[in-house]
Design a protein around this ligand. Structure first.
Ligand code: F3S
Length: 282
């Protein structure tokens, strides 16, 4: 019997924003004023974080833990005042906020300045959303889905911005629910292409295989969402961080194996997974 076919999703692994953040961070680790740290883990991939630490980039969790040298702001961005405060304390800041996140922040600020009540579709505790909220103003609402909208809104003029990694379906549902509650609705669809491309190509792969392996950090929101999307189409879907987590029984009787990876998964981890699959499935 011939070995199963392995189908790799057309868009899998690092997105443009993550690659840029990593380039800026590595450059800072070598060339910028020491010590160099990032405010929160640069990406949600434990293996890559270990490599960066070995290159001299440590991770701090609180702003006040940066005392000298250089702070790298990761692709999710930070709250409005953070960069200013760090610079005022004499720290050098390398701003690796992704351009798509910056655009969403600017749109949230513009809506606020124009008098709209800003509704943010996103995970309230996610750093990107916390950053967006600081631009959207103190009365901004953060909802994870349309069911979380209150019965009455404090304004009939509402503007929407979206966490870049949300799904189009959730946005469509939110817009539908808001339409009947307001007089004026301005929607900025700030979901970034990278997310959509990864989600759509993962879904297409999931529909044509017997098992899907999604590789990436368990703490990576976008990887977890990819696994959910694949599982809805192919219940035999598994989210792993390392190839040796793969169990033989997942692959039993499978003729086609699908592989995909979140935007924070490096190419070498995808390659290692494919090599491992070739080994166990042959
Ligand atoms: Fe940027 Fe989109 Fe990646 S917002 S960091 S290109 S997932």
């Amino acid at each position: 019997m011939s070995p199963p076919e392995i189908l790799i999703s057309e868009f899998a692994g690092y997105c443009w924003g993550v690659e840029r953040a990593l380039d800026l961070a590595r450059d800072a680790a070598f060339n910028a004023k020491k010590p160099v740290c990032s405010f929160g883990p640069l990406i949600h991939n434990p293996e890559v974080i270990r490599q960066l630490e070995a290159q001299g980039l440590s991770v701090i969790e609180r702003e006040e833990d940066a005392r000298s040298g250089t702070v790298v702001v990761r692709s999710h961005g930070v709250e409005r005042e953070v960069i200013e405060r760090l610079q005022r304390r004499g720290l050098h800041v390398v701003d690796a906020t992704c351009t798509f996140v910056k655009a969403a922040q600017e749109k949230a600020a513009r809506l606020r300045e124009s008098g709209y009540l800003v509704v943010i579709l996103g995970e309230p505790a996610h750093p990107e959303v916390m950053g967006l909220r600081s631009y959207a103003g103190p009365d901004a609402l953060v909802v994870e889905n349309s069911d979380m909208l209150p019965g009455e809104l404090s304004s009939k003029r509402v503007g929407v911005v979206v966490q870049t990694t949300q799904s189009q379906e959730r946005l469509a549902a939110l817009v539908g629910a808001l339409a009947s509650k307001v007089r004026e609705l301005l929607v900025y669809n700030t979901i970034c292409n990278a997310t959509e491309q990864r989600q759509q190509s993962a879904q297409a792969v999931a529909a044509s295989v017997d098992v899907v392996i999604v590789v990436g950090g368990r703490n990576s929101g976008n990887t977890t969402r990819l696994a959910e999307i694949c599982r809805a189409v192919q219940p035999n879907t598994h989210h792993i961080e390392l190839p040796d987590e793969i169990r033989k029984e997942w692959l039993e009787g499978c003729r086609r194996i699908g592989v995909t990876a979140g935007a924070s998964t490096p190419p070498d981890q995808i390659e290692a997974l494919v090599a491992h699959l070739k080994g166990v499935a042959s």
